[in-house]
Design a protein around this ligand. Sequence first.
Ligand SMILES: [Zn+2]
Length: 133
Amino acid sequence: MIRLPYTCLFCKRPGTIDFDETLRLNPVVEKILMGFKDHIACDHCAKYYRTTRDMTNALYSLATKWLQMQRDGADLPETRNQFRKKATRLIGRLDEAVMNFRRVGPAMTPQMVETLADNPCKCSELIRAILTA
Ligand SMILES: [Zn+2]
């Protein structure tokens, strides 16, 4: 077993990664592993950045589709409720990731979903408000 010490790219905490001994037999593989040593994130940071990226992309996608539906005249009570449910779920997951990572209180308010439903173009402001809470 090869134990590779590293420093997390984001939080700078030390950690180690274990590799199979057979990788050492290949100098190219070992060189690649050493090259990635400075770009490794710990599980805690990797989970946070992956979740925020995924939820941010999903929110932008949802807001874009909702904006298109509004322009097509499909802003009906039923479709608006579906949008609210999806937006609440995505904003909640983003907010939860930020709370767990930064140990802060919830930033999400019911007003955020209504603001997004009324004006999907405010998606960036909403995401920024949660990420910087
Ligand atoms: Zn980290």
